[in-house]
Design a binder for this molecule. Sequence first.
Ligand code: AMP
Ligand code: GLY
Length: 439
Amino acid sequence: MNILLLGAGGREHALAWKLAQSPRCTTLWASPGNPGIAEVIGDLNARRSCTTPGACTAIDLTDHAAVKTFCKAQDIGLVVVGPEAPLVDGLADSLRGAGIAVFGPGKAAAQLEGSKGFTKDMCTRAGIPTAGYVRARSAAEAHAAIAGFSLPVVIKADGLAAGKGVVIPQTAEEAAATIDDMFGGAFGGAGAEVVIEEFLEGEEVSLFALTDGSAIVAFGSAQDHKRVGEGDTGPNTGGMGAYSPAPVLTAELEARAMAEIIAPTVAAMAEAGMPYSGVLFAGLMLTARGPKLIEYNCRFGDPECQVLMMRLESDLVDLLEACARGELAAAEPTRLSDEHAITVVMAAKGYPGTPASGGLIENLSAAEAHGAKVFHAGTATDGTGALVAKGGRVLNVTATGSSLQEARDRAYAALADIRFDDGFWRGDIGWRELARQSA
Ligand code: AMP
Ligand code: GLY
């Protein structure tokens, strides 16, 4: 089968790496892809001696007709969508309308990520545990509603805001200013409506599930490190590192989250006439009263995907195709290894502000000789063919081990071999779990 993978980050490199391991993947295309994905595709082309070799190719993903034309021309049997923007934009609907199988939800179902208010209302209808909330469509409504919450309070722009649309004011003055900022356009259209939420106490964890709209398969847990600085300090980022599994989500808590959060969501979406297919990425808060939903994403996490792919033993093409075709109930049981996987993000200095661009990267093969896998997140090749940084998060140094400590030691040993003078990273990925284990 010919596969088209959409996206350009470390998540997509990990997906490409796993897709290409499937005997069912004949030709792999990526748009736009990155140098790491190009390497995966080059290896696959060589192994398959393809008559029409795959490649990284630039298709305008907002031009749905152009994506359809490409799929028809290359006889694409499955499109795998990495990031949320094309899903929220309805690309999956356009492709399905043309008879092309797609992994990822349509526009209506992608509202689970695209609108925080939509998700909160769905939780209310389905009795899903989540923080108490009010939706406000004007600054006046928001100012009036805020009085009903104690501090700290959580204020969220309703729409997609690249992970930056959540503010947690500690004082009433800060809360009032946040409301004015959001309705004043600080987050563009995403802040035209806000959700005000009760602040939840607990530890955060991510839970993944695959679904075709009715059948559901648990796909593992992970813990991200969103703050830029060690000890979870400094501004929020897309994620500076992750590990899987996250033992803080015990088997019992995971079963509870599947039964109380994931399953009722899939049922509520089907009932509302917008069945959800793809991966459901639930951000959970483990509160004293059990797991509560913080948010949904309609795609794999980045960098959580990288650690999940390291543990996945099943054929990824089979699984994603089964979701796309509504055949998940008949798929082989999903196997994730018992190993622990960890990924450490090497970012360009300046991230999450303005990252230094063009920094030289060397010695990746020496790093991989330690048994680690280095996924490209924001890299490019310059005019001389050298690998350089292009973006905030640049590399994901990823390793497995029989314990989290072993995986961590392997990843950091590999990282020490990489030459990236413009880069920085957190030295404490996995710290919460490692501290628990040594306590
Ligand atoms: P979100 O984009 O909804 O995941 O929110 C970003 C971050 O804000 C989360 O990862 C949490 O750390 C924090 N957050 C969001 N909602 C809440 C809440 N109700 N209580 C406490 N922290 C929250
Ligand atoms: N790492 C968090 C996310 O992908 O949303």
